[in-house]
Design a protein around this ligand. Structure first.
Ligand code: A2P
Length: 270
C-alpha cells in the first residue's frame, strides 16, 4: 500500500441511512394530535398509503426511528404526517416540539399494504380508521388513482372525542379544492363517529357495522365481496374486530403479492 493510500481514511457510507429533512409546517389539533409537513427529497418515491421510518437523533447522536404512515399523496412535493403525542413516548414526546426549520430523519424504504395494488377492482372502497389510523387514508383519498379504480370512496373515522375528528373533517372539506382530486370529490364521503362524548353519531365502527346503521346511514347495501373493498387502520384490537366482520361477509385478505378484497395495517404510535 502506498503512503498516499494509507493516508486516506475509508468512510463507509450506508446507502440506507435516513436523510435529514426540513420541517416546513406544524399544526396542533388537540393536546394528543398534531400534523407536520417535511421537505421531500426528489429521489423519495412511495405509493399512496405506505408508511416509512421517521425520527430524531437521540442526545447520544444515534437515530430514534418509528414507522409512520405518510399522510400526503404520492404526487405531493412535500411529505405530511399525522401523529399522536405520547407524554412519555421516547419519540413523540420530543417530536411534538418540532418547529419549522428543524430537521427530522426520514427513512429511505417506504412500504405497506394499504395500497391500490393490494386490492382487486370493485365498485366501492371503504377505508375504516380510528384515531391516527386515518393517516394512510389521508394519502389514499387525495390520490386520483383511487377514484379511477373505485366509483365510491367512503372514509370512516372514529375517535374518542369530537375534537379528534378535526383532521378528517378538514381533509374532506378541502377535497373539492384539491389540485388533482377536485373532479372526484363527489365520489368521496366521510362518515365519522365518537365513542366517549355526545355527538350526532356515536359508537365504534364495528358496532355501527354489525347493527347495520353504517349502511343505512350511507344508503348502501351491507358489505359484499362482489362490490366492496376494504382498507383498515387502527389499534390492534380494532383491526382484529373489523377484519372478523370482513371475513364474516366472505371477504378475502389481500397483499401486494396477492391482491384481495380487504387489507389491514396497524396504526403506528411513536
Ligand atoms: P372506545 O372509546 O369505545 O374504546 P384508541 O385511541 O384507544 O385507539 O381509540 C380510538 C377509537 O377506536 C375510539 O373511539 C375507540 O372506542 C375505538 N376502538 C377501540 N377499540 C376498538 C375495537 N376493538 N373496535 C372498534 N373500535 C375500537
Amino acid at each position: 500500500m502506498s503512503a498516499q493510500q494509507s493516508a486516506t481514511p475509508t468512510v463507509k457510507v450506508n446507502p440506507n441511512a435516513p436523510t435529514e429533512e426540513t420541517v416546513l409546517s406544524v399544526e396542533h389539533y388537540t393536546d394528543r394530535l398534531f400534523k407536520f409537513r417535511l421537505s421531500r427529497p426528489p429521489s423519495f418515491r412511495f405509493r399512496s398509503g405506505e408508511f416509512v421510518m421517521i425520527g430524531l437523533h437521540k442526545p447520544d447522536g444515534k437515530p430514534l426511528l418509528r414507522a409512520y404512515s405518510i399522510a400526503s399523496p404520492a404526487w405531493d412535493e412535500e411529505l405530511e404526517f399525522f401523529s399522536i403525542k405520547v407524554p412519555d413516548g421516547p419519540l413523540t414526546s420530543r417530536l411534538q416540539q418540532i418547529q419549522p426549520g428543524d430537521k427530522v430523519l426520514l427513512g429511505k424504504k417506504p412500504t405497506g399494504t394499504l395500497v391500490m395494488d393490494a386490492l382487486t377492482p370493485a365498485k366501492r372502497l371503504y377505508m375504516f380508521s380510528t384515531g391516527t389510523g386515518i393517516a394512510p387514508f389521508a394519502s389514499v383519498m387525495r390520490d386520483p388513482d383511487t377514484y379511477q379504480k373505485f366509483d365510491e370512496v367512503i372514509l370512516t373515522h372514529t375517535c374518542r372525542e369530537v375534537s379528534e375528528l378535526a383532521y378528517g373533517e378538514e381533509l374532506a372539506a378541502a377535497l373539492p379544492d384539491d389540485p388533482l382530486c377536485d373532479e372526484y370529490a363527489h365520489q368521496f364521503r366521510l362518515y365519522n363517529s365518537v365513542t366517549r362524548e355526545s355527538y350526532a353519531r356515536q359508537g365504534r365502527i364495528t358496532d355501527l357495522m354489525t347493527t347495520g346503521k353504517l349502511f343505512m346511514d350511507l344508503g348502501v347495501p351491507p358489505l359484499n365481496p362482489e362490490t366492496d373493498r376494504v382498507m383498515i387502520c387502527g389499534s390492534m384490537e380494532m383491526l382484529n374486530d373489523t377484519k372478523a366482520i370482513c371475513e364474516a361477509a366472505g371477504m378475502v385478505e389481500g397483499s401486494n403479492a396477492s391482491p384481495g378484497d380487504f387489507v389491514v395495517e396497524k396504526a403506528f404510535a411513536g
